[in-house]
Design a protein around this ligand. Structure first.
Ligand SMILES: [Zn+2]
Length: 319
């Protein structure tokens, strides 16, 4: 099967190459209906490479499509099934192939536009489910990108009474307000610590979600968290950082790491079903988080837009 596929050759160097996909016995061939740009794809694009990885590489792990064919040893899927990608399967392509374990079936009744966002949705929702947010809690979300906006809505559904959205970009805060944040704080413009202490009787928040992924954000999270609070670590930090961990120990934080796709793959299969349920049930508003749609042919433009435009939350790509 011939396909176009996105290759990243270096920082800001993207090429759509033509490739012939040969299906192995234990693989599934999927016709891409939609893929999307993840914050981590932007890191590769900007040149913030994780240790152990080198250019050139093929990226794209978010997306979904319809099974075109399966290898002779595959019995989990058959042609015509709708699937979501949960692993780096090079989804910025007309077709992609992968092992069945890297896919999830689309939950019944879920629109494909939302289902193709299954991986980022399930990851963010898994954080919500694991966060320990309880009825009456004050919750802070640090970083109001795609994941942060899901965490905000999920925390509300779990019973949080006061939700504080934090970001240095005003457009992201504006959206957070629309999605139900009680308070928004821009730490570039006001003193985050003092504002939070003012809002919480000098106690700090019960739960903080770290979804910004940098040193300042992590240190701010540990400054605004209550004694015995829950520190929910979501972001992928590919560069070394210096952390002030004094309070992690002294104030007995409960540290929760929530990256769903980095559990074992078998665990992930069980968890993703649970994590997709709130979307299947329509409890979370995803549509306002889709900022733009591009054709695969225009993917270079899409990446430039995603790193240059502060208003962008999620960009979807269609073949
Ligand atoms: Zn992702």
């Amino acid at each position: 099967m011939k396909t176009r596929m996105l290759k990243i050759e270096g920082p800001r160097k993207l090429v759509l190459v033509e490739k012939e996909l040969v299906l192995e016995d234990d693989e599934v061939l999927v016709r891409t209906l939609q893929s999307s740009i993840c914050g981590t794809d932007k890191m590769y694009y900007r040149g913030e490479m994780p240790p152990n990885e080198k250019y050139p590489l093929f990226i794209g792990h978010e997306g979904g499509g319809v099974v075109e064919a399966v290898g002779s040893k595959v019995d989990e899927y058959q042609a015509g099934d709708l699937v979501m990608s949960f692993s780096r399967s090079c989804t910025f392509a007309d077709y992609f192939k992968t092992k069945p374990i890297n896919l999830q079936p689309v939950p019944e009744g879920l629109d494909m536009r939302i289902a193709a966002l299954g991986e980022p949705l399930a990851c963010a929702m898994h954080s919500v489910l694991e966060s320990g947010v309880q009825l009456g809690d004050t919750v802070a979300v640090m970083g109001m990108g795609f994941a942060g906006q899901i965490m905000l809505q999920g925390a509300r559904k779990k019973g949080a009474t006061k939700i504080i959205a934090i970001d240095v970009l005003e457009d992201k805060l504006k959206l957070a307000k629309k999605m139900g944040a009680d308070v928004t704080i821009n730490p570039a413009k006001e003193n985050l610590y003092q504002t939070i202490m003012g809002l919480t009787n000098g106690q700090g928040v019960d739960v903080v979600f770290e979804a910004a992924g940098n040193q300042d954000s992590l240190n701010a999270c540990s400054a605004i968290l209550k004694h015995n609070g829950h520190l929910v670590l979501y972001s992928w930090l590919t560069q070394p950082v210096t952390l002030n961990m004094h309070r992690w120990h002294q104030n007995s934080f409960k540290i929760i790491t929530t990256t769903l796709v980095h559990h074992t793959k078998y665990e992930r299969i069980v968890w993703s079903e649970k994590a997709m349920r709130p979307f299947q049930q329509g409890l979370i508003d995803v549509e306002p988080l889709i900022s733009a749609e591009y054709k695969l042919a225009d993917i270079k433009e899409a990446f430039e837009e995603s790193v240059n435009n502060d208003e962008i939350i999620k960009i979807i790509i269609k073949p």
